[in-house]
Design a protein around this ligand. Structure first.
Ligand SMILES: [Zn+2]
Length: 56
């Protein structure tokens, strides 16, 4: 079961465990998924942007 790839851009998950540390693992609808470092960064940026809005 080593066909994991980024949910967002489709980049292949590195096979070296050390490089996988930069990837974020999540479970969506009961299925495990991965997000690559670049997409994780963009995703967290959009979360931060949302927090900077009119939420407070
Ligand atoms: Zn990606």
């Amino acid at each position: 079961m080593d066909e994991a790839s980024c949910d967002r851009c489709g980049a292949e998950l590195p096979t070296e465990p050390g490089r996988r540390l930069a990837w974020s693992h999540h479970v969506q609808a009961g299925r495990p998924g991965w997000t690559c470092p670049a997409c994780t960064r963009e995703h967290s940026r959009s979360i931060e942007a949302r927090l900077d809005g009119q939420w407070w």
